[in-house]
Design a protein around this ligand. Structure first.
Ligand SMILES: Cc1cc2c(cc1C)N(C[C@H](O)[C@H](O)[C@H](O)COP(=O)(O)O)c1[nH]c(=O)[nH]c(=O)c1N2
Length: 230
């Protein structure tokens, strides 16, 4: 037999303090745009964040991610230019709210000391990956799990993370020299922060609202409201 059998790792609940800490990280995680401090991230912390990402679940244990660190100022400027081009296009999609859209800060590429692109190698694991046969997108979902792990670990470490998706994919690919089979899933800005919003910034600025959880729970089939709650 190869590998390790399920061992004596404890399977019960965490202590109350540990549970509180997990839920606190989830609750207080924020998307950060304008509050980055320029001071560097301790390499040991950065390593822990990447390890948290790498500890994510992945379809068939395929681990389809790579972590592209962007710290060179010239490279960041190139990506910031790419963001600006895409953001001008995006603003036109909201003609009724263009002024509000344009007032939003939607990235921290230049201010944050570390930018990180988490990619998905669509060829990782070969032609057949356990669990992916009937849903080819599961490698992308796996990569997003890695992003969220990093985001939560960063909150616990006091590091802000902002996800920037306002890029033409071709610009991102060209800037990072990505081969065709590699998808840039998440472009993230990382750094220490001066302060954090208590609620999503888009809510604080009147762009959207968090929906009540109970509006989103169905039972047995789409649209079926649980009779007695959960
Ligand atoms: C896939 C994806 C892509 C983006 C985002 C998130 C995710 C999951 N978000 C952040 C998003 O606006 C934010 O998560 C929500 O507004 C909720 O706020 P909190 O994350 O709870 O602070 C985001 N924010 C931003 O300012 N620019 C962006 O391009 C994006 N893109």
């Amino acid at each position: 037999m190869t590998g390790t059998a399920p061992g004596p790792a404890p399977a019960g609940p965490f202590s109350q303090a540990e549970r509180d800490a997990v839920y606190r990280a989830i609750r207080l995680r924020r998307d950060v745009r304008g509050q980055f401090r320029p001071d560097p991230i301790d390499p040991a912390i950065l390593r822990r964040l990447l390890q948290a990402a790498h500890d994510a679940p992945s379809v068939g244990l395929s681990q389809p991610w790579n972590f592209v660190l962007i710290r060179d100022p010239a490279q960041k400027r190139r990506l910031h230019d790419a963001f600006r081009a895409a953001n001008t296009e995006a603003a036109d999609r909201f003609p009724d709210r263009k002024a509000l859209y344009s007032s939003l800060k939607l990235e921290g590429i230049l201010e944050s000391p570390v930018n990180l692109c988490i990619t998905c190698d669509r060829s990782r694991g070969g032609a057949h990956v356990l669990g992916r046969t009937h849903d080819p997108a599961t490698d992308l979902y796996s990569t997003v799990c890695a992003v969220q792990n990093l985001w939560l670990a960063a909150r616990a470490e006091g590091i802000g993370v902002g996800w920037v998706s306002i890029f033409r994919h071709d610009d991102l690919r060209a800037a990072l020299d990505l081969p065709d089979h590699v998808v840039p899933v998440a472009y993230l800005c990382l750094g220490h922060v001066t302060e954090l919003y208590e609620e999503p910034e888009l809510q604080a600025r009147g762009w959207g609202r968090r929906a009540p959880l109970d509006d989103l729970i169905f039972e047995d089939a789409w649209g079926q409201v649980p009779r007695d709650g959960i």
